[in-house]
Design a protein around this ligand. Structure first.
Ligand code: ACM
Length: 266
């Protein structure tokens, strides 16, 4: 199956939902793909100083402006779209990524492993590593940024049947892009990491985001990698069915050869 997947790398504006939604609408207008991945917190930026700031950009997953816009684009362009946003829930705010499908189905993943000061402002995700269908029934698993540091994230998604790991990110450490090569290879899945760019300042705080969004094949091949600080869209055609093959040699499989009785993973 030919399946067109896209990363849309850009620099969100801190605390500015209106501008970010305009940017997303402008960028997606030209993209022809079956599955599009946008960065973590693409709607609102990342470097928060107060809970009030986070609350002010948090959105209801059913009725927020972001989900309404993305639903519109998804149905008009007939594509699945994944984007990061601050999810308003009854018990607090989650750092989430939403999958929106052209048939109207959607799913919000809540980031499991919070990074650094995110712990001050967001609740730890409780959705687990569920796998959902995107356009044409392709099975996708969502994880967000720092989830990469824990191999259990990608492994759980792969064991749950993900063919493509979709990975919105706001990366600041230098290792993820390389680490994801191993995540793809050890699980024999495609992975799409969509990072943001730019230096974001808020008062005394600033963070530089590393760009280099990428699409990786099931053997860790870099199918495309974007620049470090460019607004950039990259599109690749993949065959998601390749991710159903877990064979390393005719004697070895990355799933069947696991010796779970030997490992100590607690
Ligand atoms: C990160 O998890 N945003 C580094």
């Amino acid at each position: 199956m030919d399946y067109r997947v896209a990363v849309v790398q850009f620099e969100p504006k801190l605390l500015d939902l209106v501008t970010n939604l305009q940017t997303i609408e402008r960028l997606l207008d030209s993209v022809e793909a079956d599955l599009i991945v946008l960065p973590e917190l693409a709607t609102c930026g990342y470097v928060f100083n107060t809970q009030d700031e986070v609350n002010s950009v948090s959105e209801d997953p059913e009725n927020g402006d972001s989900v309404k816009l993305i639903e519109n684009i998804s149905s008009k362009k007939d594509c699945s779209i994944i984007y990061g946003y601050a999810e308003k829930a009854s018990n607090g705010i989650y750092n989430s990524a939403m999958l929106v499908n052209p048939d109207g189905t959607k799913y919000s993943y809540r980031k499991t492993h919070l990074f650094a000061e995110e712990k001050k402002f967001f609740l730890p995700g409780d959705s687990g590593f569920q796998v959902k269908e995107a356009k044409h029934g392709v099975k996708v698993g969502l994880m967000i940024c720092f989830d990469w540091q824990f191999p259990e994230s990608a492994r759980s998604l792969a064991l749950n049947g993900a063919q493509i790991i979709c990975h919105p990110a706001n990366l600041v450490l230098p290792w993820c892009q390389q680490a994801m090569i191993t995540r793809s290879l050890e699980n024999r899945v495609f992975s799409i990491t969509c990072n943001r760019t730019g230096l974001e300042r808020n008062g005394e705080k600033e963070l530089y985001f590393t760009g280099m969004s990428q699409v990786l094949g099931t053997k860790g091949e870099i199918l495309v990698r974007t620049g470090e600080d460019t607004e950039e869209i990259a599109i690749v055609t993949i065959n998601p069915e390749l991710a159903l093959n877990k064979e390393v040699t005719q004697y070895n499989s990355v799933f069947d050869d696991r010796r779970t009785e030997i490992y100590n993973l607690d």
